[in-house]
Design a protein around this ligand. Structure first.
Ligand SMILES: NC(=O)c1ccc[n+]([C@@H]2O[C@H](COP(=O)([O-])OP(=O)(O)OC[C@H]3O[C@@H](n4cnc5c(N)ncnc54)[C@H](OP(=O)(O)O)[C@@H]3O)[C@@H](O)[C@H]2O)c1
Length: 332
């Protein structure tokens, strides 16, 4: 637990790829954290990353990073198949952990990580950054206040057309490729934020690509009582990335990408009733980092905004969907 209110969490960034760069850039906007150290698989990329982001300490191995006694929290930005080992490495060194989505490749892996964290009373959180974006917090507030009545339908999709590269992390099965794990987890987590993570039934369709992973898919999740989520995702198909939530008395449109929205509109009985606009200059990753800082300050070992049980239930849902498709990754 961090006792001093003015204390800034010293982050250690594990890996130096695309998302690690985004996270490190946005940490400059976090009120309660600083990028203190970076660890890579070689000194050269660690040094380059550190110099680009003004980070004082750069390590040639992930082990050295997690063993730095000054580091409070580790951010993991490696491809999905490495999340489990990287998270356990950091937890075993006694660090708080924020791990990129999907938390792990499957729920069995996550159970191991969660058990270790719980047993040792260490903080652990999935970097599902969209949960912590203010416009999505406003969506939760409108729904809790029953501004749209009873919610019946959630529609969300997230897709982009990645270039054709069978070796890339998005298409290569050995790197956990495929749309469901990379982007599908966002609309599923969005629906979970509204209906919870336990649908009564799951119907799905999928297009499996040449590399043997899902290039795009659609899901119809039914929660009983007329509650449904229609969700799609793709890594070889551009989609609009909007989310809409329909209730018995109105609807909400999350504008732009629901993953990182800057605005949301509330309609009651078909009329625009309220608009939420967010004039932040951060990319959007600072909010999840701040949530970690708040939790550490409060002595929490998980975030109440997205609990470990919910992250686990979402991964179990992903496992079920992949089982419907017969999609297993190497080693599963
Ligand atoms: N939240 C978001 O908006 C968002 C966006 C994109 C991706 N992600 C997630 O972030 C993770 C990484 O995605 P990315 O696009 O940043 O990937 P990336 O650009 O390929 O970077 C991954 C980094 O992981 C490290 N790494 C360790 N073992 C590796 C291996 N065997 N092969 C390749 N890289 C390895 C490397 O850093 P070193 O060389 O320094 O060790 C590499 O630069 C994925 O799980 C993805 O789902 C999240």
């Amino acid at each position: 637990m961090i006792k001093d209110n003015a204390y800034k969490v010293k982050w250690g960034i594990l890996s130096t790829g695309w998302i690690a760069h985004q996270f490190a850039t946005d940490l400059a906007h976090a009120s309660n954290g600083i990028a203190y150290a970076v660890g890579s698989r070689n000194q050269e990329s660690a040094d380059e990353f550190a110099s680009n982001h003004g980070i004082p300490v750069a390590y040639a191995t992930y082990e050295d990073l997690v063993n730095d006694p000054e580091v409070d929290a580790i951010y993991i930005g490696t491809p999905h198949p490495f999340h489990k080992d990287n998270a356990l490495l950091a937890l075993r060194a006694g660090k708080a952990v924020l791990c990129e989505k999907p938390f792990t490749v499957n729920s069995g892996e996550l159970e191991e990580v969660v058990s270790y964290a719980r047993e040792h009373k260490l903080f652990l959180m999935e970097a599902m950054w969209s949960r912590y974006i203010p416009a999505n917090a406003k969506v939760r507030e409108w729904i809790a206040a029953e501004r749209i009545g009873e919610v019946r339908l959630v529609q969300a999709d997230l897709g982009f057309r990645a270039e054709w590269n069978p070796q890339s992390r998005l298409l290569n099965p050995a790197l956990g490729g495929g749309a469901l794990l990379d982007v599908g987890i966002y609309p599923i987590s969005f629906a979970s934020m509204i209906f919870g993570p336990h649908p009564e039934s799951i119907a799905s369709t999928v297009h499996m690509g040449e590399t043997g992973v899902d290039e795009h898919f659609s899901l119809l999740l039914s929660y009983g009582g007329g509650k449904t989520a229609a969700l799609s995702g793709g890594v070889r198909l551009n989609m609009l990335q909007e989310a809409k939530v329909f209730g018995t008395q109105g609807h909400i449109i999350v504008k732009g990408s629901f993953v990182n929205p800057k605005s949301a509109e509330l309609y009651v009985d078909g009329e625009l009733a309220e608009t939420f606009e967010d004039d932040r200059t951060s990319i959007g990753y600072a909010f999840e980092a701040e949530e970690v800082g708040r939790c550490l300050q409060a002595g929490l070992t998980e975030s109440p905004v997205l609990t470990l049980d919910e992250s686990l239930a979402i991964l179990k849902l992903l496992d079920q969907v992949r089982a419907q498709w017969g999609l297993a990754y190497p080693g599963e």
